[in-house]
Design a protein around this ligand. Structure first.
Ligand code: ASP
Length: 295
């Protein structure tokens, strides 16, 4: 079986991140060349991007609207039966490794305080996630909101003031987001794997969970392929995008047609990207600038 790797660096992220996606895909290829399984390869790719501050995942995660809080989501799944995810996880360097550990536990998804305690118990040390990039991006977002530009498609900025649930008072007048990371892999044994990680979409309220840790929304892998989505989670979740695209492919639809139909489900102004591998094909598609790599 020919191996295949597709990596994305977040819907709406700049094309300048493509080189970072290539490095991530090469890390996955290195893992496969060492004989590791597809999931280890997908995780290797995501780790490279979690450790690269330019991506909105791990080290480069976006700040919450309060300018202090970072809550991260991540997931792993493969066609060998592995399934694990974390949501609203704070203060670890590599959420995707915690998701992998959750897959070994009796559960498939841990969130918040419990996820953090689990991470510490599994040896993931405390890590100060707030990067200078996140501070700069947060400042830019506040400036955008001050002009009442609407960075989140379909959401009036006033909603973030109305439902404000952080400590203190909002310091903005209105929202942006999205350079999440993900990887799908077909390994030499014909198994499929997906891994994803995000600092969430900005702006968001405290405790917001996106599509990235939700099976069938942000990710899916099975005997016929693997799919990952990126973009505004609220649209991806409503459409259960990864599951739909996977099942179209599993039903025999051409992979590129399945990606096209998937992207057509979300409004054109909601930045969205999809990556997928099947037994015979691999590809990606987005309705906005989105860095990808394919090996
Ligand atoms: N889908 C992620 C979320 O909504 C963000 C992204 O893909 O950029 O949390």
């Amino acid at each position: 079986m020919h191996t295949a790797i597709v990596v994305h660096g977040g819907a709406g992220a700049g094309e300048e991140l493509s080189a970072g996606c290539r490095s991530a895909a090469q890390a996955a290829a290195g893992a496969l060349a060492r004989g590791e399984q597809g999931l280890a390869a997908a995780i290797a790719a995501v780790l490279v991007m979690e450790d690269d501050e330019r991506f909105n995942a791990g080290t480069g995660s976006a700040l919450g609207l309060d300018g202090k809080t970072i809550e991260m989501d991540a997931s792993v799944m493969d066609s060998r039966g592995t399934l694990g995810a974390v949501a609203i996880l704070r203060s670890v360097r590599n959420p995707v490794l915690v998701a992998r550990d959750v897959a070994k536990s009796p559960h498939v998804l841990l969130a918040g305080e419990g996820a953090l305690r689990f991470a510490r118990m599994m040896g993931h040390e405390a890590y100060d996630v707030v990067s200078d990039k996140a501070r700069r991006e947060h400042q830019k977002m506040l400036e955008k909101m001050a002009t009442c530009e609407q960075p989140m498609a379909g959401v009036d900025n006033i909603e973030f003031e109305r439902y404000w649930n952080y400590d203190g008072q909002p310091t903005f007048k209105a929202p942006h987001g999205c350079d999440t990371v993900g990887a799908v892999v077909r390994d030499a044994d014909g198994h499929f794997a997906v891994a994803g990680s995000t600092g969430g979409s900005a702006p968001s309220l405290l405790g917001r969970v996106g599509d990235t840790p939700l099976i069938g929304s942000g990710f899916y892998a099975g005997a016929d392929g693997a799919v990952a989505a990126t973009g505004i989670g609220e649209y991806i979740m409503r459409n259960m995008l990864a599951s739909k695209v996977y099942h179209w492919i599993a039903g025999g639809m051409d992979l590129h047609e399945a990606l096209r139909r998937g992207i057509a489900l979300v409004p054109p102004d909601a930045d969205t990207g999809l990556i997928a591998v099947s037994k015979t094909q691999a590809g990606w598609l987005a309705n906005a600038s989105t860095p990808f790599a394919h090996l």
